[in-house]
Ligand binder design. Structure first.
Ligand code: ACO
Length: 378
């Protein structure tokens, strides 16, 4: 069969490109398993650090393994001087995703063994990225508000320290827990666009930092990670300071008439609802209660119901996480960098898997341009 006769699956929809043992997304049973464990169970019982370990190693850590890993992570939380300098060189008007992408790249440039792709070195780099990204996101968030850097605290777990570095205080457990849940849910989701980008880059035998830098770029787009930021823009457009009372439905009618994509709705794999949404929605409900903001939940519900009635399309994880991050106090542009902090675990787990059985990822295309022709003789 010639290249042009082969079936073209736009967007690789439905194409199985490789095996993976990292996670299983099953749209039929509407489930997501990390290394066999339902993500809801992990979100209910595990720290983000334990989930990272699980995704990298395939098993939950023993208490000793977890303690050793936490020690390693806490020792690498500070912002490296080169990374800090690079961030300070970017304008405060830059989108935080551009800052994270740049900072990850600089982190790679400061690793003298960046090109070591052995399983041990790849794991070390995974932990380095995991530990360093919160400081990058928090520092950028603070400098955009004209606030000074807050140094990490090694007596705090990952989620608490992240919030500490961002806000200069550790919020109550209700808030910390909703944040931890969001990180666990965002950590991994099989061959999504950014993970696949990381695997493509890795397949050329480029280094881990190049793969993660590329993955950050892929996550930025609104059809992928950028949707959590875009959801909040929608909420602001409708108005989230008072109960919607029909305004969300009216807004939706207009947006659909203009053929706009409604951010935070729909999914390439799940067609009957995203398995992660109920858990994140429950976390959002707890935040709404904690901050006493029932109008946010009312807006959430009105838009969700209107979308179901008009298009029968259900929310994805970005729909509850956007307003949750807003209630926690993050600026809207910082939402997708929070997704980076979580998903770097999945990216690096896939990078290690790709390196373990590598084949260059190089698909074909069907050429539709002009047939061979020749430059006219002058
Ligand atoms: N708003 C309006 N219509 C939608 C939406 C939406 N959010 N999602 C799908 N549709 C419609 C499309 O217009 C299309 O209709 P048509 O057949 O009449 O043209 C149909 O549903 C199929 O949609 P596609 O975009 O072809 O489906 P695909 O699988 O390529 O899209 C995607 C999945 C990109 C996530 C899409 O649903 C979308 O754009 N959603 C909004 C962005 C978003 O929330 N992204 C986050 C993804 S999840 C994550 O990253 C955690």
């Amino acid at each position: 069969m010639s290249e042009s006769e082969q079936e073209i699956r736009k967007g690789l929809a439905g194409v199985v490109v490789d095996t993976t043992a990292v996670s299983k997304v099953d749209p039929e049973s509407n489930s997501l398993l990390y290394r066999g464990y339902p993500v809801q169970e992990l979100a209910a019982t595990q720290s983000f650090e334990a989930v990272a370990w699980l995704l990298w190693h395939g098993e939950l850590p023993t208490p000793d393994e977890l303690t050793a890993f936490e020690r390693l992570e806490r020792a690498q939380r500070s912002l490296a001087p080169e990374v800090r300098a690079a961030i300070e060189l970017t304008p405060t008007t830059a989108h935080p995703m551009d800052v994270v992408r740049t900072a990850v790249s600089v982190l790679g440039a400061t690793d003298p063994n960046a090109d070591d792709r052995s399983p041990e070195a790849t794991l070390e780099k995974s932990v380095r990225l995991f530990a360093a990204i919160p400081a990058i996101v928090a520092f950028d968030e603070r400098r955009r508000k004209g606030e000074d850097l807050v140094e990490p605290r090694n007596d705090l777990d990952y989620a608490r320290n992240f919030l500490w570095m961002t806000f200069g205080e550790v919020p109550d457990d209700d808030v910390v827990d909703a944040f931890r849940v969001s990180l666990v849910l965002y950590a991994e989701h099989s061959f999504n666009a950014s993970t696949f980008a990381a695997r493509v880059i890795t397949s050329t035998l480029a280094d881990v930092y190049s793969a993660v830098t590329g993955a950050v770029g892929a996550l930025k787009g609104q059809l992928h990670g950028g949707a959590n930021e875009a959801v909040l823009h929608t909420f602001v457009e409708i108005g989230l300071d008072e109960a919607p009372e029909g305004r969300a439905a009216d807004w939706l009618d207009l947006a659909l008439a203009e053929k706009r994509k409604i951010m935070g709705f729909g999914h390439r794999v799940y067609k009957n609802g995203d398995s992660r949404v109920p858990t994140m929605r429950a976390a959002l409900e707890r935040l709404v209660e904690y901050y006493d903001r029932p109008e946010v939940l009312a807006l959430y519900e009105e838009l969700e119901q209107s979308m179901a009635e008009r298009k029968n399309i259900k929310p994805n994880l970005d729909y509850p996480s956007g307003p949750a991050y807003h209630l926690m106090g993050f600026s809207t542009e910082a939402f997708t960098p929070l997704f980076v902090a979580a998903r770097v675990v999945g990216w690096t787990a896939h990078i290690r898997e790709q390196l373990g059985a590598n084949a260059l990822i190089r698909p074909l295309s069907a050429y539709v341009g002009p047939e061979e022709r020749h430059v006219p003789a002058s």
